[in-house]
Design a protein around this ligand. Structure first.
Ligand code: SR1
Ligand code: MG
Length: 423
């Protein structure tokens, strides 16, 4: 019997020795570990990420730490998140082939995943801050969301398999707990780890924390997040979880994966495009970002449109699960019934995604984990002005989500708020 070694965090120095015998890695990049070049490049909030270059090529080694990297060992976090990330990646690859990095090896005890090194990809958030107008992201991300969210649900899966999967991911408790607190609650009271651009935003922050309608809505959304186990979510689908080139898009980092509402991933993602939009004013040192602003609004509209079209197509062609069975509709010649049910479902996703998007905007400006889109704006007054507009936008779409009927309406509102001159 092979003995399982206790977890030990890797370092640039120890990695070649510890993984030098690893066949999957050696075969991929070159077996002579003494020639490997290792860099630690993790810039996320939680994990170690190494790029390992060998004689032939390179790979990524991602390792979870037993605590939250952003905060330190005062905030323990279980290593099992790596297990959920691995299982989520395998399901995403099956449901949306080519949309995630290839996995070469998984070591549960060491909480590490060896995976494809994506090059020359960069993090989408970085590209948007740099003002790059990437032509394919709306299509690629829209398709990814529709395929993974539809195919991970009872619209598609054999219900016994879905329930087993639901049970598996239900154990991702601590990462859900992060979202439940950091996203849905902390922004709306003086939680210990919160921060915001102060004093510029103090007044607005106090207003939002006293806003009863907003707080009730945030809790209704939290309830939905916790209780509506509809599909396997990515769980943290923001522009920092996506890598891009001009022509390619890959989703990474699904360690927050669990069963929740379809609208959560879509709302989180669109929120990050809207935040990129509101932050552009802070990145105009090398020239106007008018074109980038227009591009970002087009991207939100196209992402939603691609998502809707693909989700609808899958509904019509792959609805093999126990929900809205064809035997009740198409098999009786009632195609219209199936279309009616689809319309209801899409309308619900739309309303809820606006809520999730509004709350995501708030937590990235008021909570612990901020976005580089705003954080890289050095001038605090300018940053606060961008953030204030985003906060107002977030409040509006979260509270009025049932009265907003199209993405054009949302984007018109975003453009109006963005053009306001006062905070
Ligand atoms: C303590 S973790 C903070 C945030 O980082 C992750 O990327 C998630 O977005 C989480 O909410
Ligand atoms: Mg992440």
């Amino acid at each position: 019997m092979t003995e399982t070694k206790p977890f030990e965090a890797l370092s640039v120095e120890t990695l070649p020795k510890r993984l030098g015998e690893n066949e999957a890695l050696g075969e991929r990049i070159g077996k002579d570990a003494s020639r490997w070049k290792v860099r630690e490049v993790g810039d996320g909030n939680l994990n170690l990420v190494f790029i390992v270059e060998g004689d032939h090529s390179a790979a990524v080694v991602k390792q979870a730490l037993p605590y939250v990297r952003l905060v330190g060992d005062s905030w323990p976090l279980p290593l099992k998140r790596s297990f959920f990330e691995y299982h989520a990646l395998t399901r995403q690859e099956a449901r949306a082939p080519g949309s995630v990095p290839a996995i070469y090896h998984f070591d549960q005890a060491q909480a590490l995943i060896v995976m494809e090194y994506l090059s020359p990809h960069v993090i989408l958030r970085r590209a948007l801050i740099d003002g790059r107008e990437l032509p394919n992201i709306a299509r690629d991300i829209g398709l990814f969301m529709a395929r993974t969210l539809f195919r991970g649900s009872d619209l598609s899966m054999v219900t016994k398999e879905r329930k087993a999967d639901l049970a598996l991911f239900a154990d991702n408790v601590e990462l859900c707990d992060i979202t439940e607190n950091l996203v849905f609650s902390d922004p709306y009271f003086e939680a210990e780890m919160n921060r915001h651009t102060s004093p510029q935003l103090d007044g607005l922050v106090a207003e939002l924390r006293a806003d009863r309608n907003l707080k009730v809505e945030a809790q209704r959304l939290k309830h939905l997040f916790a209780a509506n186990a509809e599909t396997l979510l990515h769980g943290d689908l923001h522009s920092g979880s996506i890598m891009v080139t001009d022509t390619e898009t890959r989703m990474i980092d699904p360690e927050f994966a669990f069963y929740g509402p379809v609208a959560f991933d879509v709302g989180m993602l669109l929120a990050n495009f809207w935040m990129a939009f509101f932050s552009q004013r802070g990145h105009e040192d090398k020239g106007s970002r008018d074109s980038m602003r227009a591009y970002l609004l087009r991207v939100t509209a196209e992402t939603w449109s691609v998502f809707r079209a693909e989700f609808s197509d899958l509904w019509r062609t792959e609805r093999t699960g126990m929900l809205y069975q064809k035997s009740l509709f198409e098999d009786q010649g009632d195609r219209l019934g199936a279309e009616q049910a689809l319309d209801h479902m899409l309308a619900g996703i739309w309303t809820d995604l606006l809520g999730f998007a509004g709350i995501e905007v708030h937590r990235r400006i008021l909570g612990l984990a901020h976005n580089a889109d705003f954080e890289t704006i050095a001038d605090a007054d300018l940053r606060a002005s961008c953030e204030a507009k985003a906060l107002k936008f977030g409040r509006h779409i979260a509270v009025n989500r049932r009265q907003i009927h199209s993405i054009d309406e949302v984007n018109t509102l975003a453009a109006l708020i963005e053009q306001e001159s006062k905070l």
